[in-house]
Write a protein that binds this ligand. Sequence first.
Ligand SMILES: [Fe+2]
Length: 245
Amino acid sequence: MIQISDLHLSENNDYQVFDVNTYECAQKIVNHISKHETDADCLIISGDISNDESAASYKHLMEIIKDLEIKVYLMPGNHDSIEKLKSCTSHDLINSTLYFEKDEWITFMLNTKKDGSPNGFLKTDELRILKEKIKQNQDKYFMVFMHHHPVLIGSDSMDKMVIENADLLLDVIKNESKIRGVSWGHVHNVFEAQLNKAKLFSTPSTCFQSKPKSKTFIIDKNEKPGYRRIELRSNGEVRTSVARI
Ligand SMILES: [Fe+2]
């Protein structure tokens, strides 16, 4: 699978943030994926599709992905409108489902958007379904995607927005060896760690990048936009790498 994140599309396609045109950047990344990642099964978009919650920004996403012939899975970020994001799913290939199953794997896409706040917050009903699925499918492995980071990444400004009730998920990862991967966006840089049997990692934004482990929020002008390749192997191993364009 391929993961992209934090497109920050706006009503106006000329919109720039930190001197970056978000529409053009997202288009460039998706065109590259379409041309070079021909063995991908699906595209996961881990939130902040929109920057302004405008209906037009979601129409722009549809334009950007219109030539992809793989399934696309969406989840909201703090900048998204859940209602408008769901309007994209009228397209045959686009889903905002909580989970899907393929071969030995069950992949979850959690909603970490907290109303009226940029911080992350897990929904107990989604976690209940995750735990039930693990219990009922002990022969499967689990991959989890979401927008916000569940662990501190060492950057003060970003860590203020960490998932407030992340322990609810971290406890599941500590107790269930079947969760093998957890990935998020939001932080606009690359972070990687391990917890029990799970690889924890972030995916860079398709637009501006932030400097990892900085006290204040600093734009990393030397780092290019990127995406992540994730291979879920039949033995439960997660192989992943970041590509920069
Ligand atoms: Fe975000």
